[in-house]
Design a protein around this ligand. Structure first.
Ligand code: IMP
Ligand code: MG
Length: 180
């Protein structure tokens, strides 16, 4: 029987993540002045990042979550199809900051930005912890970016592979080797 052995190779440490998020939080507050910001996290991957980012932003800030279904990479050109969970509260008149764990093809973000346009928000910006820029299919604006990552599959800090590894406090690269 062939077994698939998974190992995680550390890529971004807990300390590096924390330091970068502290910088991003300060930058966001500086840019938004004293605006009441509405962070909109994309479930489930961005939940961990959002919870740390939230506490790195001083002053008035609230958060909400959306969940969307995706057909996954390559199976459909549209990529993203529908909202599984919409915002709990109206974003009308709010300054919305979309919070993503990682931007890959950009299709998820493009869909969210299109969707957000239908609401009369005061503004919409994007904050992504990771940017896998080599994989981009559609051009999407990223206003705040934590780290650029190479074209590898990352896990940890909220990001999963088959529902595993979200609880790792650091970000690592999933490497699979066939063993016996
Ligand atoms: P996109 O629509 O192709 O940009 O994909 C974005 C979503 O795919 C992210 O929000 C993640 O949920 C997931 N994703 C993309 N790359 C990775 C990865 O390397 N590890 C874990 N999840 C990923
Ligand atoms: Mg995601």
């Amino acid at each position: 029987m062939v077994m698939v052995q998974s190992t995680i190779k550390p890529l971004i440490s807990e300390e590096q993540i924390a330091a970068r998020i502290a910088e991003m939080g300060r930058q966001i507050r500086e840019d938004y002045s004293d605006t009441n910001i509405l962070l909109v996290g994309v479930l489930k991957g961005a939940a961990v990042f959002l919870s740390d980012l939230l506490r790195a932003i001083d002053g008035a800030v609230d958060y909400d979550f959306v969940a969307i279904s995706s057909y996954g990479n390559g199976t459909r050109t549209s990529g993203v199809v529908r909202i599984l969970k919409d915002l709990d509260e109206s974003p009308v008149g709010r300054d919305v900051l979309i919070v993503e764990d990682i931007v890959d093809s950009g299709l998820t973000l493009q869909f969210l930005l299109e969707n957000m346009k239908m609401h009369r928000t005061a503004s919409v910006k994007v904050c992504a912890l990771l940017d896998k820029v080599a994989r981009r299919v559609v051009d999407v604006p990223i206003d705040y970016r934590g780290f650029e990552v190479p074209d590898v599959f990352v896990v940890g800090y909220g990001m999963d592979y088959a529902g595993l590894y979200r609880n790792l406090p650091y970000i690592g690269v999933l490497e699979q080797e066939a063993g016996s």
